[in-house]
Design a protein around this ligand. Structure first.
Ligand SMILES: N[C@@H](CCC(=O)N[C@@H](CS)C(=O)NCC(=O)O)C(=O)O
Length: 266
């Protein structure tokens, strides 16, 4: 049976999906979805698979998993290989996953980009406008997607409010990111991995989380904490880190292409 993963190289949640597949040693076909320039998440063929119009999505036979947490749990449960969710550690792993998914990495990333650059703020606004226009167009041509599109449009509205408004939640996100790092630092004083003494689903999400902190130049949150820094050295030297293409930076050329495409409506 072939597994089809719909992913974007620099997408945070796609990295989680890739990392669990690699850690479990599962072979899969990688389908690239350009969510930034061509905005392929709004293509009807893709919306049929992933009505949330986001990446990642995983198709495994008749099963369609629409979101990284579902993919994490599904891949661990349905494939042989190391058990990344052993019974005795499930409470701690669930706690990690709950904390991780309660945090909005998007608000932190975008909030940070906008504080650094007014151009980024402008491009982001344009990106939201384009997403909204694509969604409206999709709804017009494909009335069968009306409910999905209305949900997405509502989310885009929320995003605009949270990310672009002057009272955005960046400070709150910064505080929460610091609390997560403190939580990890103390967990790692008790055991070798984030939730236990063996590598688990928790380590998958925290690896991607830390990589994102490096991407947005918050290295200090990691390097200033002894256990976390040591953990990061270990996680980032795993073979899976390279094989799953976990990114700690956004290629400058790609960033420039995205900005130009958004600003000049290419
Ligand atoms: N909760 C979802 C979040 C997915 C998500 O927000 N993906 C982003 C990329 S990291 C995306 O596809 N953004 C494009 C869009 O929202 O139009 C998950 O865990 O998979």
């Amino acid at each position: 049976m072939t597994l089809e993963l719909y992913s974007n190289d620099s997408s945070y949640y796609s990295m989680i999906a890739r990392l669990v597949l690699v850690e479990k040693g599962v072979r899969y076909n990688l389908n690239q979805i350009d969510i930034h320039i061509k905005m392929e998440q709004f293509n009807p063929e893709y919306v049929r698979i992933q009505p949330n119009m986001t990446v990642p999505a995983l198709v495994s036979g008749n099963d369609v998993l629409d979101g990284s947490e579902k993919i994490l749990r599904y891949v661990n449960e349905h494939f042989t290989g190391v058990n990344l969710y052993p019974e005795e550690d499930q409470v701690a792993i669930d706690d990690s996953l709950k904390r991780h998914y309660a945090f909005s990495i998007e608000d932190l990333t975008m909030g940070n980009a906008m504080r650094k650059s007014p151009i980024a703020k402008f491009a982001l606004g344009r990106g939201l406008d384009r997403g909204t226009a694509k969604c409206l167009e999709l709804m017009k041509k494909h009335p069968e997607f009306t409910v999905a599109c209305q949900k997405k449009l509502e989310l885009e509205k929320e995003r605009r409010k949270l990310i672009l408004s002057s009272e955005n939640n960046y400070e709150q996100m910064l505080k929460e990111a610091t609390e997560i790092c403190d939580f990890l630092e103390s967990s790692l004083a008790k055991h070798e991995y984030a939730a236990s003494n063996s590598y688990s689903l928790a380590d998958i999400v925290w690896t991607v989380f830390i990589a994102r902190l490096f991407m947005i130049k918050f290295d200090n949150m990691i390097t200033s904490r002894k256990n976390l820094n040591n953990y990061w050295q270990r996680m980032s030297s795993r073979e899976s880190f390279v094989l799953a293409n976990i990114r700690m930076s956004m290629p400058k050329k790609l960033l420039l292409r995205i900005m130009l495409a958004l600003i000049f409506k290419i």
